[in-house]
Design a protein around this ligand. Structure first.
Ligand SMILES: [Zn+2]
Length: 367
């Protein structure tokens, strides 16, 4: 890169840099303010991705998570029933820690050459706060894969259709295709994607704060399927990881969630419903309320912000001042601050940021 270009990029970034400031007023002189390990100060994060763009993602999973009518049984183009039961569902929720319900949000990993829901339905998922992940343009596998082209063409097509930049890649070969994995991983990182997901990568329980490869994260993932019982794997895993007192991210996926086990690689509606209901009941709004059920880009962005944005926290009298600069605006711009204080927070004000919500213990901001 020529120096003039480097300089230009530097100046361009400075132009977006904005000083953000939050003022908190508390009576307690010994109050302490810190950044929460996970958004909304949750104990663990959980993500769920539906691979390959199957229609049940839009017509079953989206209304089930978001609240709405799940599709009645229907046969897809291959003769599989990709519908649910046609009933209305209230949605699944956790809270922002301040009493406001937030719906479970998933992700779809797509091959833009052939998506099985419509582009309008994909836009609706995006609108609902779901992530769209790059899963290669044609789902090619094997040693002769044109990995660079597959990643790029998929990025280009989604950009053109939805004006949307995908930020993470899911290797199409799954657990068994070791031949294409290194090519895809290198291509995705070379093209600026930040996370590459694969069942081949070691762990689907990820500890964000200790990962050294956060900028180029190789994320493992747990395959939710109807061939074996997943409930023990998931719920024992959660209990074990919560018991460590550390903050983990559980990364899961499947393909389709309709009534049939599509291609024997899916998670039947009955199983899907049972697992996610129980997850919401135990760890969501009506339960311990310690789950952050968010798509992978949101989880990655929060830790990235935590690592790169270092808020300066000072105090004068009853006022705490938190100030920080961010150079680039990303898709997810959010932080949660923890306030340990013997008295309630009297007032919170933000400059160049939005105070989303706060209570006696935490403050959620976005910008
Ligand atoms: Zn796939």
């Amino acid at each position: 890169m020529r120096w003039s270009i480097v300089f230009f990029v530097f100046v361009a970034q400075l132009a977006v840099a904005q000083h953000r400031k939050i003022t908190i007023t508390v009576e307690d002189k010994d109050a302490v303010v810190t950044v929460a390990p996970l958004r909304y100060n949750k104990s663990f994060a959980c993500s769920f991705t539906l691979d390959d763009g199957y229609i049940s993602a839009a017509r079953v999973a989206l209304p089930y998570f978001n609240g709405g009518q799940v599709a009645a049984p229907f046969k897809d183009q291959w003769g599989f029933d990709e519908g649910g039961d046609g009933a209305d569902y209230p949605g699944l929720y956790y809270t922002d820690g301040c009493g406001n319900a937030v719906s479970f949000k998933a992700a779809v990993a797509i091959n833009a050459k052939a998506i099985h829901f419509s582009w309008d339905e994909l836009a609706q998922m995006k609108q609902a706060g779901w992530d769209i992940l790059n899963h290669s343009f044609t789902h090619a596998t094997g040693k002769d894969v044109k990995a660079g082209w597959e990643v790029e063409e998929n990025t280009r097509t989604v950009q053109q259709r939805l004006q949307h930049n995908m930020q993470q890649f899911v290797i199409p070969g799954g657990k068994d295709d070791h031949l294409s994995a290194p090519f895809y991983t290198n291509a995705a990182f070379a093209q600026g994607l930040k996370v590459v997901h694969s069942g081949q990568y070691p762990d689907y329980w990820i500890e964000p704060s200790t990962r050294e490869d956060w900028n180029r994260l190789c994320a493992g993932r747990l395959f939710l399927n109807s061939k074996t019982s997943m409930t023990d794997v998931v719920f024992n895993g959660i209990r074990e990881h919560l018991a460590t007192g550390k903050y983990y991210w559980l990364n899961t996926f499947t393909h389709s969630v309709g009534n049939d086990d599509l291609w024997n690689i899916s998670y039947r509606f009955a199983d899907f419903k049972e697992l996610f209901n129980r997850l919401a009941k135990e760890y969501g709004k009506e339960g311990k309320d310690n789950i952050w059920f968010a798509p992978p880009e949101a989880v990655h962005a929060y830790e990235n912000i935590r690592r790169t944005v270092k808020p300066l926290i000072t105090r004068s009298g009853h006022q705490f001042n938190i100030s920080f600069d961010v150079n680039t605006l990303e898709k997810y711009n959010a932080l949660t601050f923890l306030v340990q204080s013997s008295t309630a927070i009297k007032e919170v004000k933000g400059v160049n940021c939005t105070i989303e919500s706060y209570n006696g213990k935490l403050i959620n901001i976005t910008w």
